[in-house]
Design a protein around this ligand. Structure first.
Ligand SMILES: [Zn+2]
Length: 85
């Protein structure tokens, strides 16, 4: 069984240019927002946690998204979509 952290990694890699708040991630993963937050923090280098607008619920919240750097260490580089700060 996948851990929350695995699921989070998979999800954020799939939607690399999209930011999700923990509540929306939790919904998608069938987890609790608290678990999502913990997993995101534990995976520190993988994800970028910042405040911004969630791409899903469009609320201004703390959002998580995949950090571009992971592609350097784990997968061949893929095209980078321009990202807004
Ligand atoms: Zn959201």
């Amino acid at each position: 069984m996948q851990t929350i952290q695995d699921q989070l990694t998979l999800l954020l890699r799939t939607y690399r240019t999209i930011r999700f708040c923990d509540a929306c991630l939790a919904l998608k993963m069938g987890a609790f927002p608290r678990e999502v937050r913990e997993a995101a923090v534990l995976s520190g280098n993988e994800f970028q946690i910042s405040s911004g607008r969630c791409s899903e619920c469009l609320q201004e919240k703390t959002v998580v998204r995949a950090r571009a750097a992971w592609s350097l260490s784990r997968r061949p580089p893929v095209e980078e979509a321009p990202q807004q700060a």
